[in-house]
Structure formats: structure tokens, C-alpha cells
Design a protein around this ligand. Structure first.
Ligand code: HEM
Length: 494
């Protein structure tokens, strides 16, 4: 009897709380939907059901600590992303700002955002890549991939370390493989922390994220301290540029700003570049005809080189039509099909009219990108991996493709991300041959190809790779292989 009474009380209380959260956010002109529980809203359903929650459920909900409107219409998404000046600012959860720091570019707007953005573009934009970063990326990828010998490699883990090692080399100019390994675990905690509710007590993702941030800070502060201690020794890397002083001898940025910028650079590419790289390898594995075309393109570039160790230069990179479009084509198609970025968040700073609805001030807008990647009119047979579709028309310019965002916040690391993946693919495709492809697909030309590659470059002897076991891919809340994506790399084929 007592138990029944408790259960009844709980039911009434729950019903009351649900109703209260509903009434509290009720306002004329809102799109349909439900708000769930106070504070947590429908976050758990959102994280659990992902695309089906977003697609079928409603346009209005309460997730990640805020009342939120979900936009799936490409035209509205475009409007939201292009209209920061109408008060539609980045609306990432408080946990992201707290963990990433107040100088992280997503937390800035207006003139501060503009200034920080142009400072960052100078560090990682196309000109910096062409003149300074590309030779370093090339050297790094070549030596990193050389060591994949006779072992099982988890591409998911390796791609994270690869990004960290590569970007740390660009930032601090030193080879820091052990440091990258320990940073990887902290960055995973940091990423999970930034998309969690800001409950700071032991055991929560947010708490772990904050702790990881403190550990990363210590590492970065030591790097800065060490660099300041030897002012004469210019390393020509990103840290050098960040430590630059102005005409009066004053630093352009404070140490706090420098740490936030470095962290932002590492963080923003951490999931995006590593996941795209992993999914590119997966799709190429599943589509031998695309892998073969990519290999042909990359082998042709290698063949043009005068000496075996000659690096990839800007012109080579620009000539990677299939890799860029095709690795760009391959890379864009991977981003589209895997939807590496499910959506981006904005917040309203004033009451905002959107497609006949009225969104109150301080609400979030979730610009949901997944569905528009599968529009059958623009992408016939949308669930098929077809890099060639990008060749026929300029799909990149059609504004439906928003995997790098749009407007004032369009990704400033887009070119760097594509270069990293393209150079990786160059060495991966010219050093390693997928074994089933070799036997089933190009059996007849094997001997010829083997000689060709050996004559091109003594280090470019062929090694084989194959997928180990069945790879399961989840696509929400982030694209990941929960059991890893393992390949076995075997030694030279003679
Ligand atoms: C395949 C790789 C990448 C993808 C798919 C990607 C995607 C995106 C997207 C969708 C946005 C827009 C966010 C928004 O509108 O709120 C964005 C912004 C940004 N990205 Fe990337 N990104 C990639 C690589 C990188 C890399 C390598 C870096 C830096 C090294 C980077 C740095 C940034 C920064 C700093 C912003 C914020 C720009 C601003 O607020 O003005 N991204 N990225």
C-alpha cells in the first residue's frame, strides 16, 4: 500500500514536472514539439535515437540544457548560417565554452571574432599551407606511414594520433609521438565533455572534460615557457607566429589567448579530420574501383617526381582532382555520405522569425545537416558512395553541401583538413595495396604494378593491407566505429 502510494506520488510529480517544463516555454508562434524534463529536457532521447529523433519527432525540443528548434530545411539552414548579423550567434553548450576557454573562436563574435579569425587564417589558411605547412605535412605523413609494418592497426585510433602528431608538429615543430599518445586520451575526454550537460561532479563527462583541459593546459604552458626561454632560436612554426610581438615589442596575444588558440586548432580538427580519414579508408576499402582510380592518380604524381624522396608540392596537391574532389571527390563524398558533422548550433539573441514561426530570445537553433546530404534530387542514389558525382556538376557550390559550414563561421581549417587527408591518401595509396583488390581486381597487372612502384622509389615498395573482422559504424551523435576499424598491414610483396 505504502509502495503504491510512493509510486502514485512519483507519477504525479513526474507528470507535473513535464507539464511545468512545457508551460514554462509555451509561447505563441512556436513550432510543434515537446520539451521533456526540466533541465535535461529530451537530451537522453536525442543522444540515444539521434537521426530518427531529429527527423520524425518534432521541430521544437529541449536538448543540451536549452530550449531548441531543429531546422532540417536547407534554405532555412542557409539563412540561419548566413545571418550572424541578425543576432544568430554560435550557440554551443556552456560546457564547450567552459572547457575550450573564452578565447576559443566559437565563443567570440563581432570585431573580436573577425580579428581572431583572420589571425587563425594567417596560421592555417591556404597561403600558410602552400608556403610553410605542406612540406612539414608531407615529411610527417611519409615517415609516419613508413612504419606500418606487419601489424594490426586500428585506423580509428591511428587517425586520431596521426592528426595530433601532425598538428603538433605544425604548431610546435617537434616530433612528439609520446606526447600525442597521452594527449589523445585527454582530447577524447575533452570532446565528450564539450557535448555534455555542465554538471561538474566526479563521474560526469563534463567533470572529466574540465580535468583533461587542465592537464592539456599544463603541457601547452610548458611548451610556451620553453619557447620564450630561447627567443633567438626561430622554429618557423605556428607557436613562433603566435608568440610574435608587435612594433612596440608587446605580444600580439596574451598567453591565455595563445593556449586557447592552440587548443582550438587541435580540437576542431581532432574529430573532423580523424573521422573523415577513417571513413575515407573504409569507403575506399568497400569500393575498389574508387581506390583504384585514386591510386592511379597518386601513382601518376609519384611518377612525375625526379627523386625518390621528393615531397608533394602545392601543384601536385592541386592536381589531385579525384583525390581532392575525388580525394576532394573522395573526401567530399565521404563527408556527405558519413555526415561527419551532423549539425551546428546557433542561439537567438532576440526574438527571431523563421519560416512563419517565432523563436524566442536565448533559444538554440540546431542546424541539422544530415538530411540535406541525402537529398535524392541533388544526389541521385544518395546512400551510394559515388565520388564521381562531384565531377559532373559543381556540387560544392550548390549550397546544399554544408559539411564545412557557411557564412561568417565557415570552416577556416577546410583546406588544412583536405591537405592532411590528401597527403595521407597519397602515401597510403602508393605505399600500400589492398590485398583482395590485388588478387581479385587487378590480378593481371600485379607484376607490372609492383615493378612500377619499386622503380619509382626505393621506399615505395608494396605492402598489403586488409580489413580485419567486420567493422561496425555508428553515425550518431558522432560517426565512430564502436569496436574499432582494424586493418592488417603485411610486409613487402616480392
Ligand atoms: C574534414 C575536416 C573538417 C570539417 C568537416 C570541419 C567542419 C567545420 C564546420 C561545419 C564548421 C562550422 C561550425 C559552425 O558553423 O558553428 C567549422 C568551423 C571551424 N573549423 Fe572546421 N572542419 C574541419 C577541419 C578543421 C581543421 C583541420 C581546423 C583547424 C585546424 C578547423 C578549424 C575550424 C574553426 C576554428 C572553426 C570556427 C570558425 C569560426 O567560428 O569562425 N576545422 N568546421
Amino acid at each position: 500500500m505504502v509502495l503504491l502510494g510512493i509510486v502514485l506520488c512519483l507519477l504525479v510529480l513526474c507528470g507535473g514536472l513535464l507539464r511545468w517544463n512545457e508551460v514554462r516555454h509555451r509561447q505563441k508562434g512556436l513550432p510543434p514539439g515537446t520539451m521533456g524534463w526540466p533541465v535535461i529536457g529530451e537530451t537522453l532521447e536525442f543522444l540515444k535515437q539521434g537521426p530518427s529523433f531529429l527527423k520524425n519527432q518534432k521541430a521544437r525540443t529541449h536538448i543540451l540544457g536549452s530550449p531548441t528548434v531543429i531546422c532540417t530545411e536547407p534554405e532555412i539552414n542557409k539563412y540561419v548560417l548566413m545571418n550572424e548579423n541578425k543576432g544568430l550567434l554560435p550557440g554551443y553548450p556552456q560546457s564547450l565554452t567552459n572547457i575550450m576557454g573564452k578565447w576559443n573562436v566559437a565563443a567570440l563574435h563581432g570585431p573580436q571574432h573577425k580579428a581572431m579569425r583572420s589571425a587563425m587564417i594567417a596560421l592555417v589558411g591556404p597561403t600558410a599551407i602552400r608556403d610553410q605547412l605542406l612540406p612539414k605535412i608531407d615529411e610527417f605523413m611519409r615517415s609516419y606511414l613508413c612504419h606500418w609494418n606487419n601489424r594490426v592497426i586500428d585506423i580509428q585510433e591511428e587517425s586520431k594520433e596521426l592528426w595530433l602528431n601532425s598538428v603538433l608538429k605544425l604548431i610546435a615543430g617537434i616530433d612528439i609521438v609520446p606526447l600525442a599518445k597521452s594527449l589523445k586520451f585527454d582530447f577524447i575526454k575533452l570532446v565528450h565533455g564539450t557535448i555534455s550537460l555542465p554538471f561538474n561532479f566526479p563521474g560526469t563527462n563534463y567533470h572529466r572534460g574540465l580535468q583533461a583541459r587542465r592537464r592539456v593546459d599544463i603541457i601547452l604552458e610548458k611548451l610556451i615557457e620553453k619557447r620564450r626561454a630561447s627567443p633567438g632560436e626561430s622554429q618557423h612554426d605556428i607557436l613562433d607566429a603566435l608568440l610574435n610581438t608587435n612594433d612596440t615589442g608587446k605580444p600580439n596575444l596574451t598567453d591565455e589567448q595563445i593556449v586557447d588558440v592552440v587548443l582550438t586548432l587541435i580540437y576542431t580538427g581532432f574529430e573532423t579530420v580523424s573521422t573523415t580519414l577513417m571513413m575515407t579508408v573504409k569507403y575506399l576499402h568497400d569500393h575498389p574501383e574508387a581506390l583504384e582510380e585514386l591510386r592511379n592518380e597518386q601513382s601518376a604524381i609519384r611518377k612525375r617526381k625526379k627523386s625518390p624522396n621528393e615531397a608533394i608540392d602545392w601543384n601536385d596537391y592541386k592536381s589531385m582532382n579525384f583525390t581532392r574532389a575525388v580525394s576532394g571527390l573522395v573526401i567530399f563524398e565521404t563527408l556527405r555520405l558519413a555526415t561527419v558533422v551532423n549539425g551546428v548550433l546557433r542561439k537567438t539573441t532576440q526574438e527571431t522569425k523563421l519560416e512563419g514561426n517565432s523563436i524566442p530570445k536565448d533559444w538554440r537553433i540546431y542546424v541539422y545537416l544530415r538530411e540535406q546530404n541525402y537529398d535524392p534530387v541533388v544526389y541521385p542514389e544518395p546512400l551510394k558512395f559515388n565520388p564521381w558525382r562531384w565531377m559532373d556538376q559543381n556540387l560544392e557550390a550548390n549550397n546544399l553541401f554544408m559539411q564545412f559550414g557557411l557564412g561568417a563561421r565557415v570552416c577556416l581549417g577546410k583546406e588544412l583538413g583536405i591537405v592532411e587527408i590528401s597527403v595521407f591518401l597519397h602515401y597510403f595509396a602508393t605505399m600500400y595495396r589492398y590485398s583482395t583488390l590485388l588478387y581479385n581486381y587487378h590480378h593481371h597487372s600485379f607484376a607490372k604494378l609492383s615493378r612500377l612502384c619499386n622503380s619509382l622509389n626505393p621506399i615505395f615498395f608494396l605492402k598489403e593491407w586488409e580489413e580485419v573482422g567486420e567493422v561496425k559504424i555508428l553515425n550518431f551523435p558522432r560517426v565512430e566505429a564502436p569496436n574499432g576499424f582494424q586493418i592488417f598491414v603485411s610486409n613487402t610483396i616480392s
